[in-house]
Design a binder for this molecule. Structure first.
Ligand SMILES: Nc1ncnc2c1ncn2[C@@H]1O[C@H](COP(=O)(O)OP(=O)(O)OP(=O)(O)O)[C@@H](O)[C@H]1O
Ligand SMILES: [Mg+2]
Length: 229
């Protein structure tokens, strides 16, 4: 791996955590640094059918494994078909497989094997940025934004959904690789600075890293609270 290898950056967090905002910031930041425009990827097919509540027509009748599969197919397609003039661009993903785990519920035993095998075929984002915010703050941000879900769900249902998501993220992120925690309670510019610091550390590590397979690969970088204080 070198500086020139495309970055695969994914941002995870509860609804309203600030993922889109951070990705927009990263897009602007990375362009001059990396010399090409990163591709911003939102798993739209997934978003449309994966949410377990009835915020989109017919969601409740789509079985969990099918919703998960839609997300996986979309991630794979996005990875496969993206290309740019200077080769594959850096990819900024809003949501990774953790989105799917948190929003579609646990694997049914019947489908665990094949879903896990398919998931193993995906590369690992490096880094997987985890925007961590308390559910109450995510709720306030969704209200302020006038989010569709604030109209479809009762306040109590939306709060409960965010509390459940936050709890689930604590569990799924503990099992994920290459996680960098970001303090999402800070203002957007500070959150972006945390992410930039993590990416800088990563590219520095890539430049000095020994060959693939040697010690020093695949370790968990820890949290990125350094520059923001
Ligand atoms: N760091 C921040 N500080 C304050 N407000 C923020 C911050 N980040 C985002 N916001 C605001 O919070 C709202 C939700 O942000 P955003 O749409 O980026 O979240 P999201 O995680 O992408 O949500 P969703 O899960 O619905 O896609 C927006 O109105 C945005 O302007
Ligand atoms: Mg978003």
């Amino acid at each position: 791996m070198t500086w020139r290898d495309p970055l695969l950056v994914a941002v995870e967090g509860v609804d309203g955590a600030g993922k889109t905002t951070l990705i927009r910031g990263l897009e602007t930041l990375l362009r001059p640094l990396r010399g090409s425009r990163p591709a911003r990827v939102t798993a739209d097919i997934f978003r449309a059918i994966a949410e377990p509540d009835d915020t989109v027509l017919y969601q409740s009748v789509v079985p969990g494994p099918v919703r998960r599969l839609a997300h996986l197919v979309e991630l794979s397609a996005q990875l496969h078909y993206r290309s740019g003039p200077g080769g594959p661009p850096d990819l900024l993903f809003e949501g990774w497989v953790q989105s799917w785990e948190v929003r579609c519920g646990p694997y049914g035993e019947q489908h665990r094997g094949w879903l896990e095998q398919l998931e193993d075929l995906l590369p690992r984002p490096d880094p997987l940025l985890w925007l961590r915010v308390p559910p109450a703050l995510a709720y306030e941000r969704m209200i302020a934004r006038g989010d569709r879900r604030t109209r479809v769900l009762t306040p109590a249902a939306l709060r409960a959904r965010l509390v459940r998501q936050a709890g689930d993220y604590e569990q799924v992120m503990a099992r994920a690789d290459n996680v960098v925690e970001l303090d999402g309670t800070q203002p957007p510019d500070k959150v972006l600075a945390q992410a930039a610091w993590a990416l800088e550390a990563l590219t520095r590590a890539r430049l000095t890293r020994p060959g693939p397979g040697e010690p020093g690969t695949g370790q968990r970088p820890g949290n990125a609270s350094g520059p923001a204080g």
